[in-house]
Design a protein around this ligand. Structure first.
Ligand code: CDP
Ligand code: MG
Length: 159
């Protein structure tokens, strides 16, 4: 039940100065940061990361958004980490995301607005959608040597 999830603070989150506040939420719940780096991805890498979306109508806007500045990439580990992180991140559309979630508390875009403007939904975060996606995304973004094995106090009280 211990899982790893890939989380990105997207360029809008980095540029809005939300790195610390977003990371704080994951640390507060006891998720363990086992990998972390800042990366400015190119179009080719964006297509690999968003392979499932390249043929969708919103992809050009999504590619433009994810390559417009650096992202902060993290690997978070914990019990049911993939589901836990998705719950904390909230729904894809900020307008529908519940208050208390990261997207619900810090962003406001709607599909109606971004589709009309031909831009991507700016929702601050990427988080792996399921365990299979998480394993593939962690392997895409992080080499073995870039992840670290150490003990947190949560491991003493949870595991
Ligand atoms: O990020 P999440 O897994 O919640 O959503 P997704 O369906 O995997 O879509 C990936 C990203 O594409 C979203 O986070 C949005 O930034 C963007 N997107 C968009 O701009 N317009 C849509 N109609 C759907 C997704
Ligand atoms: Mg997704």
């Amino acid at each position: 039940m211990r899982e790893k999830s890939l989380v990105l603070i997207k360029p809008d989150g980095v540029q809005r100065g939300l790195i610390g506040r977003i990371m704080q939420r994951f640390e507060d719940v006891g998720l363990k940061m086992v990998g972390m780096k800042m990366v400015w991805v190119d179009k080719e890498f964006a297509k690999e990361h968003y392979a499932a979306h390249v043929d969708k109508p919103f992809y050009p806007g999504l590619e433009c958004m994810i390559t417009e500045g650096p992202v902060v990439a993290m690997v978070l580990e914990g019990l049911h980490a993939v589901e836990q992180v998705r719950k904390m991140v909230g729904k894809t559309e900020p307008k529908s995301a519940e208050p208390g979630t990261i997207r619900g508390d810090f962003s406001q875009h709607s599909y109606a607005y971004t589709d009309a403007k031909g831009i991507a939904i700016k929702n601050l975060i990427h988080a792996s959608g399921n365990v299979e996606e998480a394993n593939a995304e962690v392997a895409l973004w992080f080499k073995e040597g870039e992840m670290h094995d150490y003990k947190t106090v949560h491991e003493k009280h949870v595991f």
